[in-house]
Design a protein around this ligand. Structure first.
Ligand code: ADP
Ligand code: MG
Ligand code: ZN
Length: 476
């Protein structure tokens, strides 16, 4: 029997506000434990939360960027459960009235573009962090993270393979980063995902029993966990056994998922509206203001790059992977309007160096204007393409400009016909046997002569002129 995979994701994204969602404590990562706390985020009795307006704005940005409808009135609710990292005994989240509903994003798959529905986006607070001591039988708790703002993005069960789930996650992360509202760091937990997965007989429209996977802190692990789960569920169904609805933890070391809790142990959160917080009313004017402040998003930028710069889709995708990279490209093109050449240089020479150093484009030692200057020198035949690559490496290492390097090292291409002719004659005089063979028809030797001339001019002779003048001298 053939099975079809059905996946829906619940993604949590930490918002990059300066302060927490319901108090003015700092959200800065990495501070000494329990230094960014106050009575509100420590859950003391008698305190009152006050909603951070920027959190609502950031959440609206994501909701609008993913084509959600913003509800005119949303409300915070208490999600009750007991855990040592949750001092109040409940998490402030949203339940029946979330911020946004009914959105979608387009993802790129092998079969082309697919639309994935977004059920809802809501705001909530993060919990604290438990730190388990390996050496002693104790656990510590750090409340710096309690009250850090999150949005939860819940998808429709629209993905049909682990690859699609990974593509959807990347798409969400790219949008969040373009909006500059989340750093998207999965390893540090500022972008995390729970994956729901089930199988059903191919062609059927109902849903099978799902499991929910947790504890995947990289794109690769999300994909691996889902791939494992597809195999596990398929094996059960093929034996005629039932999939048990449960939460399973991914164990990256062993490459398996293990049962964490079943349906019976599932939480009953006893959600109810939080009486400490008034409902949030969002009027059309506010929605319009946020919408008009949205930056150009990845899809739109990619399409514009294809249209405006006549780039292949592949180039456009690579160059728009981040806003900074796209800006870098456009800054170079502004000074050197040959987009495909610029794209080639960024995708090969530049990205190779960045990748080797594990650097981001923001930290690139070669500025856009310096790269444009290098390409101009090459375009005007002041230096050859080969020398340009060597100059680029040096620019990257030293931060110096192309002109400065070319001048200091005397790398200007020799296009003076007299000078080249002199070297050509020298080379022919030194290699009489090869000249003889060439004239008897062994024309492949041209490459040898070009090589000799280049060697004598330390790569600086204009290759087109060298070819022309050699042919003239050999044939004439
Ligand atoms: P729960 O109440 O268990 O959290 P929800 O209905 O809220 O379940 O759905 C949570 C996530 O699970 C959503 O992203 C949804 O798309 C996905 N989902 C729901 N049913 C299935 C299913 N049968 N197979 C795969 N994913 C599913
Ligand atoms: Mg769930
Ligand atoms: Zn606080």
């Amino acid at each position: 029997m053939q099975f079809e995979t059905v996946i829906g994701l619940e993604v949590h994204a930490q918002l990059l506000t300066k302060t927490k969602i319901f108090c003015s404590c700092s959200t800065q990562f990495g501070a000494p434990p329990n230094t960014h706390t106050c009575p509100v985020c420590l859950g003391m009795p008698g305190v009152l939360p006050v909603l951070n307006r920027t959190v609502v704005e950031y959440a609206m940005k994501m909701a609008l960027a993913t084509h959600c409808r913003i509800l005119p009135r949303c409300r915070f609710a208490r999600k009750n459960y007991f855990y040592p990292d949750l001092p109040k005994g409940y998490q402030i989240s949203q339940y029946e009235l979330p911020l946004g509903v009914d959105g979608w994003v387009e993802i790129e798959t092998e079969a082309g573009q697919r639309r994935i529905g977004i059920t809802r986006i809501h705001m909530e607070e993060d919990a604290g962090k438990l730190i388990h001591d390996e050496a002693q039988p104790v656990s510590y708790v750090d409340f710096n993270r309690t009250g850090v703002p999150l949005i939860e993005i819940v998808s429709e069960p629209d993905m049909r393979s682990p690859e699609e789930a990974a593509a959807y996650l990347r798409t969400l992360r790219d949008i969040l980063r373009y909006l500059q509202i989340c750093d998207g760091n999965m390893e540090e937990g500022s972008f995390r995902c729970d994956a729901n997965i089930s199988l059903r007989p191919a062609g059927s429209s109902g849903f099978g029993t799902k499991t929910e996977l947790k504890n995947m802190n990289s794109f690769r692990n999300v994909q691996r966990a889902l791939e494992f789960e597809v195999r596990r569920q398929r094996a059960l169904l093929e034996k005629g056994e039932a999939v048990v609805q449960e939460t399973r933890l991914w164990d990256p070391g062993r490459g398996v998922t293990v049962s964490m809790r079943g349906k019976e142990e599932a939480h009953d959160y006893r959600y109810f509206p939080d009486p400490d917080l008034v409902p949030v009313e969002i009027d059309q004017a506010w929605v319009d203001a946020v919408r008009s402040g949205l930056p150009e998003l990845p899809d739109a930028k990619r399409e514009r790059f294809i249209r405006q710069y006549d780039l292949p889709a592949y180039d456009a995708r690579v160059l728009t992977a981040s806003r900074d990279l796209a800006d870098y490209f456009e800054a170079v093109v502004a000074d050197f309007p040959q987009p495909k050449t610029v794209s080639n240089w960024i995708m090969s020479e530049l990205m190779r160096e960045l990748k080797r150093d594990e650097r981001e484009i923001e930290d690139c030692p070669v500025s856009p204007s310096h790269l444009a200057e290098l390409l101009q020198l090459m375009d005007r035949n002041v230096i050859s393409g080969k020398i340009a690559k060597a100059v680029f490496k040096e620019m990257y290492e030293t931060g110096a400009s192309a002109k400065a390097i070319v001048e200091a090292k005397g790398l200007e291409q020799v296009s003076d016909e007299g000078a080249i002719d002199a070297v050509v004659r020298e080379v022919l005089a030194e290699n009489p046997k090869e000249v003889e063979s060439f004239r008897q028809g062994k024309e492949k030797l041209l490459g040898f002569f070009v090589g000799q001339v280049m060697k004598k001019t330390r790569g600086k002779a204009n290759p087109r002129l060298v070819n022309e003048m050699l042919l003239k001298a050999l044939k004439g």
